[in-house]
Ligand binder design. Structure first.
Ligand SMILES: Nc1ncnc2c1ncn2[C@@H]1O[C@H](COP(=O)(O)OP(=O)(O)O)[C@@H](O)[C@H]1O
Ligand SMILES: [Mg+2]
Length: 300
């Protein structure tokens, strides 16, 4: 794996075109929407306290698209649930627009992998729900809900029930519902993970289109490296046991994105680098195996 970049003569993932450099510099000059400072999460277990996340720090700027990847069980969902205040903080700080977060709020919209629409409400009523909770008049709530459904391309389906829609369409309604509350950040935990490959590709395109149209900052968890590179400005790699920030990679792929870029040198070199971070190369795994055998032999 290590020598693939050389064989393909790929550039370093750190090389950036003028467009990429300018865009990333622009993002870095934007206000910090979310600041995570030395975040720690511990869970009690039978063997004692287990530290899941350790000293996690990073900043997300306005209109940035940041993906978080990492091995299964490294604490990605725990982290995003803490950002949404669905999980207590053991130690550290989460600042939203410079203020510490305290409880779940409409300023953080959440989209999960599982479909979470209210099955007894129509598509339109699902999107209206948060608006009515926020004391909007029925008239305004309905008008705004229809606008959001239009943005995700589902206005004609407004009066259907969730069960009458495909999985991909249900997730688009969930995105419309989250965005209708005008959140400062959209938190997405493997939102397309349950969809088939073709639908997933369409959803990625929709999300990129939506992102172009509105002023939104997105934190997106995925275990699909193609998805992370395709959608993101930066990709944060978490390592496991305990979950720590391994690297935050700037994606050197130009915007606007299109599927042809999947085979571009910038895309491939980034994906190979992320793959190396998450799954140690064959060489390293072999070394690990030898060490285990040596220890075992010594103990006999
Ligand atoms: N409520 C809980 N109590 C104890 N352990 C938990 C709890 N929630 C999650 N964990 C553990 O924390 C680790 C990280 O889980 P999670 O955040 O779901 O990982 P990921 O989303 O990266 O796959 C896992 O080992 C999981 O078993
Ligand atoms: Mg998870």
């Amino acid at each position: 794996m290590m020598d693939i970049p050389n064989k393909l003569n790929l550039p370093s993932y750190k090389e950036q075109s003028a467009e990429v450099k300018e865009r990333l510099d622009f993002i870095k000059r934007q206000p910090v929407v979310l600041e995570i400072d030395n975040l720690v999460k511990e869970f009690p277990t039978e063997e004692g306290v287990r530290r899941i996340l350790d000293q996690v720090s990073f900043k997300v700027h306005r209109r940035e698209f940041l993906s978080i990847i990492g091995p299964s069980g490294c604490g990605k969902s725990t982290l995003i649930r803490m950002l949404a205040c669905l999980e207590d903080i053991t130690d550290g700080l989460i600042l939203l627009d410079t203020y510490p977060v305290g409880e779940p709020g409409a300023d953080r919209g959440m989209v999960f992998q599982k479909y979470t629409l209210f099955p007894w409400l129509t598509v339109k009523k699902n999107v209206m729900f948060g608006l009515e909770v926020a004391n909007k008049s029925k008239f305004d709530a309905e008008r705004e809900a229809l606008q959001w459904l239009d943005i995700v391309g589902l206005e004609p389906y407004a009066d259907l029930f969730p069960a009458q829609l495909s999985g991909g369409m249900q997730q688009r309604v969930a995105i419309a519902r989250a965005l209708a509350n005008k959140p400062k950040v959209l938190l997405m935990d493997e939102p397309f993970g349950a969809l088939d490959a073709q639908t997933r590709a369409k959803m990625q395109a929709y999300l990129l289109q939506i992102r172009e149209k509105i002023d939104i900052t997105i934190i997106f968890i995925t275990h699909d490296l193609d998805e992370a590179v395709y959608l993101s400005d930066r990709v944060l790699v978490l390592e496991a046991n305990p979950g720590r920030v391994q690297e935050i990679v700037e994606v050197p792929v130009e915007r606007p994105r299109s599927p042809e870029q999947f085979l571009s040198p910038e895309f491939l070199t980034t994906k190979i680098h992320l793959e190396e971070l998450i799954h140690p190369s064959a060489e390293e795994s072999k070394d690990d195996f030898k060490v285990v055998k040596m220890v075992a032999t010594e103990e006999v």
